[in-house]
Ligand binder design. Structure first.
Ligand code: IPM
Ligand code: MG
Length: 353
């Protein structure tokens, strides 16, 4: 039995995770032991902290971790180091998953949900964001202080070491070798010193991959090119915060944030799998959440952590079939398609497995 730590989390987290576990049980019966772990707002309520030591330990001992989403307005006013998001960062850091892989691909049946001009969308959109996940501002020093004049001030430090950049660059170049062999490294090297180091190290790593074409873009320009010429992107490699922002942009380009899974990997294959969406407290408990992003995380887990490619294919094909049949949760609904609930979406996927 493979051990999978499962963090349902808050908001819509438990709904999309519940759906995913059912899909996994159908696609790969009797293969997994699922161990539920408390993290996020629910852990604050139960244990007074977002990531109890035992929760992290369970994840570290498991073969893989599957996560829904954490956070919500209920915990907006807790102290900054007790926020649910701190638990999430603690899991990422504790599992040492420095490479967050976020595929952005337009599903053919969802082409009409792409907000870009038809002639742009038609060129095909299929790129991957490789986001550095355990460094940068997210993990730099955070500080609120008072200036000598008595004014309130705050700072957050963006710091990268050479080895952190080197290892994420390798992930990007390796991925590009199995694809269209184009890497776009995104930074703000015209302003940031950390970006200048980023660029220098990425260029050095590139020498080991002579077949791959490397481009550099400043992040502001990149956000523009992503909607102007999305088909030109293959693999994007970027630091934590830029990757956070650009992956939300990417989710809208391909239709909905509810559709994008992610895999976070480190030096071994004990990955962390989480959809890129948040806990969506506004629709929690209403059976409106699209479970597809998380279900596709399940497929990524089968592929990357367990080498179960056939089962992963089956899940991805079932998702494709449901979309082809015109079934849509509210986030991807367009005229002429059929609106269904999140749980109905799950049932329709399972029935096609
Ligand atoms: C994401 C999310 C998280 C992040 C939040 C919830 C802390 O936006 O996974 O993209 O910023 O990394
Ligand atoms: Mg984000």
């Amino acid at each position: 039995m493979k051990k999978v730590a499962v963090i349902p989390g808050d908001g819509i987290g438990p709904e999309v995770i519940g759906a995913t576990l059912e899909v996994l049980k159908k696609a790969a019966p009797n293969q997994f032991e699922f161990i539920e772990v408390s993290m996020g707002g629910n852990a604050i309520d139960k244990y007074g902290e977002p990531l109890p030591a035992q929760s992290l330990k369970t994840c570290q001992e498991a073969d893989a971790t599957l996560l829904g989403a954490v956070g919500g307005p209920k915990w907006d006013n807790v102290s900054p180091d007790l926020r649910p998001e701190r638990g999430l960062l603690g899991v990422r850091k504790g599992l040492k998953v420095f490479a967050n892989i976020r595929p952005a691909k337009i599903f053919a049946p969802l082409a009409s949900a792409c907000p870009l001009r038809k002639d742009i969308a038609e060129k095909g959109i299929d790129f991957i964001i490789v986001r550095e996940l355990t460094g940068g501002i997210y993990f730099g020093k955070h500080e609120a202080f008072t200036t000598p004049d008595g004014e309130k001030a705050a700072r957050d430090v963006m710091e990268y070491t050479e080895h952190e950049i080197r290892r994420i660059a390798h992930v990007g170049f390796k991925m590009a070798m199995g694809r269209r062999k184009i890497v776009t490294s995104i930074d703000k090297a015209n302003i940031l010193t950390s970006s200048r180091l980023w660029r220098e190290v990425v260029e050095d790593v590139a020498k080991e991959y002579p077949e791959v074409k490397l481009n550099h873009l400043y992040v502001d320009n990149a956000s523009m090119q992503l909607i102007r010429v999305p088909h030109e992107f293959d693999v994007i490699v970027t630091e934590n915060t830029f990757g956070d922002i650009l992956s939300d942009e990417a989710s809208q380009i391909v239709g909905s944030i509810g559709m994008i899974p992610s895999a976070s990997l480190g030096d071994n294959n004990r990955g962390l799998y989480e959809p890129i969406h948040g806990s969506a407290p506004d629709i929690a408990g209403q059976d409106k959440a699209n479970p597809i992003g998380t279900i596709l995380c399940g497929a990524m887990m089968l592929r990357y952590s367990f080498g179960m490619n056939e089962e992963a294919d089956r899940i991805e094909n079932a998702v494709d079939d449901v979309l082809k049949a015109g079934l849509r949760t509210p986030d991807i609904f367009t005229e002429g398609t059929k609106l269904i609930s999140g749980s109905k979406m799950k049932e329709e996927i399972i029935s096609r497995l």
